[in-house]
Design a protein around this ligand. Sequence first.
Ligand SMILES: Nc1ncnc2c1ncn2[C@@H]1O[C@H](COP(=O)(O)OP(=O)(O)OP(=O)(O)O)[C@@H](O)[C@H]1O
Length: 251
Amino acid sequence: MKQQAPVSYSEQATAAIAIQNLTFSYSELNVLQSINATIHVGERVGLIGPNGSGKTTLFLLTCGILKPIDGEILLFNKPIVVGEFRPEIGLVFQNPNDQLFLPLVRDDIAFGPENMGLSAAEVEECVQEAISLTGVQNLVERVPHNLSGGEKCMVAIAGVLAMRPQLVLYDEPSANLDMRSRRRLIQFLQDSQQTMMISSHDLELILEVCDRVLLLDQGQIIADGDPCDVMGNQLLMEAHGLEKPFSLTTH
Ligand SMILES: Nc1ncnc2c1ncn2[C@@H]1O[C@H](COP(=O)(O)OP(=O)(O)OP(=O)(O)O)[C@@H](O)[C@H]1O
């Protein structure tokens, strides 16, 4: 439950992400203040925190979309450089409309691998694999713009998986999904093989999918541990604008 020390040499072999003394501000607004955390290969880590605590910002830094003020992030032991494409990592954006922009779903899913210098046959293999994993076969000839929220969510995930990342960051993946689409997403996430981080206010989803949770608030990682322990701590949750999930209320 306490903040982690910077990654040690012995941890490097299994570190997918090593966040080291990371500090970030938008102009005058300090968002992250010297945070440290290591995400290991194979982990499924939930990222929780109140609105505006910096969850999306941390994901954008981890993908090299934003540049830290201080500190650094190592991705599989190699520093993230802002603007450098790293195929090892994929980000599923909070709003699928930010990700889907081509006239056909199939083209959207193919966009990533097509820009990775792969042959046409390799692109097709990646696309078919992603379509199959996400179950969007019936949507490939559709116009992304016309899809429902749940359909857009799975197509956006397919577009990321088509690049075969080892690590996927999901930003609020269940936002705006109905019960059936959300259940399908949870099943998909449980079956996924990649190391993952999931930022969400859907704490029950985090409980069902993740084996570890980080609580972010006031620029700091306030808690880091087992999801039931962290989210079952009512005083801790309430102190940071969160509620203990209903399914933990009898524990
Ligand atoms: N481009 C930007 N310019 C200035 N401030 C920003 C920008 N993007 C985000 N912020 C601010 O940075 C803080 C962190 O935002 P961020 O989106 O990372 O939080 P979050 O934890 O993902 O929030 P939510 O749970 O509401 O999605 C907020 O106060 C937000 O208003």
